[in-house]
Ligand binder design. Sequence first.
Ligand code: NAD
Length: 271
Amino acid sequence: MDLGLAGQVVVITGGANGIGRATARAFAREGAKVVIADISDGADANVPAAAQEIVEDGGEAIFVRTDVTSMSDVERLRDEALEVFGRLDVLVNNAAKLPTSMTAPFFWDEDPEEWDGLIDVGLKGTLNCSKVLGDHLRQHGGGSIVNLSSDSARRGEQRETTYSAVKAAIIGFTQSAAIGLGPAQVRVNCVSPGRTITERHDRYREDAMAQGGEAAATFEDREKRALKLYPLRKFGRPDEVAKVIVGIASPVMSGHVTGQIISVNGGYHVG
Ligand SMILES: NC(=O)c1ccc[n+]([C@@H]2O[C@H](COP(=O)([O-])OP(=O)(O)OC[C@H]3O[C@@H](n4cnc5c(N)ncnc54)[C@H](O)[C@@H]3O)[C@@H](O)[C@H]2O)c1
């Protein structure tokens, strides 16, 4: 099925790793031109940079080093994307700071200094990019914005209180922005993943296992208990979230869908 994304220009914040990287690849497979906006290019000793990986596979992609908390970076991102590809069609607000591990502290033990990072990247970054790139979409015939929330905002997660608050704000923003931007044919939706196993999760697991003893046992026990909340009895994969993001951005699949929150969570809410 042709999703109508070939030739469209898609900006993905935080697109160098995890769900964002899988999303960048999924859009490129549909023939979209991809702009990866991230503080890192996603390269390490074993893995090429995210944009390079797409180009090596025959797709079109560029990397624009962007800190989404900086309005001037975001304006430069818009300008570079337009200079290289000449148009903008889709914005995926994916960049976020996530709680540092499954052993993150309870709210009363959180360091207030860490709140700024969670709020600035997750919420203010989404606002910055939506204002600058959304305004361009609004003035140039429309497009689509997909925000990333989290099911920890919808169901609650005792060790992710501040993060959940940020992700709940993303839901409020999505609904309000959908109303404001709808008349200009800009659709605004939100994809809300449950736990999704990225390289970051793999690193947490490896760290806990390397510590051994109580740290490893606690990690395993929490994972086992969490899994029981998922009727499908599995956590998600980045490509499973990516496919839904692409489907929601697609003017063919979702041309009459706006202001919606779509969970990709193995049934976490109903479990
Ligand atoms: N993985 C999960 O279990 C899960 C669950 C629910 C929701 N989510 C949401 O999905 C999205 C992606 O999560 P992930 O697990 O792939 O994260 P990740 O940590 O693997 O990737 C996040 C990316 O954001 C980038 N980033 C961080 N700060 C930035 C900044 N200031 N400017 C630009 N880029 C920045 C990082 O460099 C990284 O490439 C996030 O919005 C997250 O809240 C993830």
